[in-house]
Design a protein around this ligand. Sequence first.
Ligand code: ASP
Length: 302
Amino acid sequence: MRYAIVVHGGAGGTSPEAEQGCRRAAQAGAKALRGGGSSLDAAVAAVQWMEDSGRFNAGAGAVLRLDGATIETDAAVATSAGLQGVVGAVRDVRNPVLLARAVAQETPHFMLTGEGASALAKALGLAPHPGPSARALERYRALREAIARGDASLLGAGWSEPMAAKLMGLLGGDEGQVPHEGDTVGAVALDSAGMFAVASSTGGARAMLLGRIGDVPFRRCGYQVGVLGGVAATGIGEEIMRREGAGKVYQLLEMGLVPQAACEAVVKLFPVNVSVGFIALTGDGVGVAANCPMATHAIVKG
Ligand code: ASP
């Protein structure tokens, strides 16, 4: 394989628009690879494309927290050459994936969160967040309505009705009725030098308190990368962390499973009511599996 990239648009929902977005993002990544860029350039370019599109729950399209006013995002980049940078609960940044890359390449740190991460973005001149998209506002209204009804089913795995009832005081905004999709983004790429890279970015999963950080910035949970390949996870972050999802997929690759079989096996470890999906890439091929709709696109040059 000369180079390859696979991207996902999140576990939990898909549409022709999301499928097209994944194709365009994969093309942006493949363009970087064709031009001699590294797998890191490619994975970041794909994720940045999706963050900018506003169509996905990442970057410009990220959903609101329960307060109805705040966007907090998580992102990660990592390569098989040992580079790693992650950010959590970052406000006011349009492209958290660029900030994660900056943490890796322009600081001695591995993870930055909250205020400090936003301050670094400002110091580096990264674009500020444009504010909640129309879709993010619609989703928030739907969530708020579900909580007002005491209906925990729309809130995502882990939320019970008594918990939902206690949330009322944390809410803001109006009521509405739009179902939530989990359409966060990730990419895994391989370059002609044999280096793998993973990049992921998310506005989070369903109902989230301020300060909540999901699986995305945690190695072996939201992502894993090594000399054998790379893995990115999507779905309910708490459940992915509980089971160390991406790490388990990678372990199966180490045991000799092909990426498709490894992704499918780990999806089966999750209850069916917990949306989850994985993408994986090795020198031998691509794996894509989810227990719910998930937009993906892969480009492989052999
Ligand atoms: N895993 C992400 C999170 O929990 C959300 C997603 O992938 O849809 O933050």
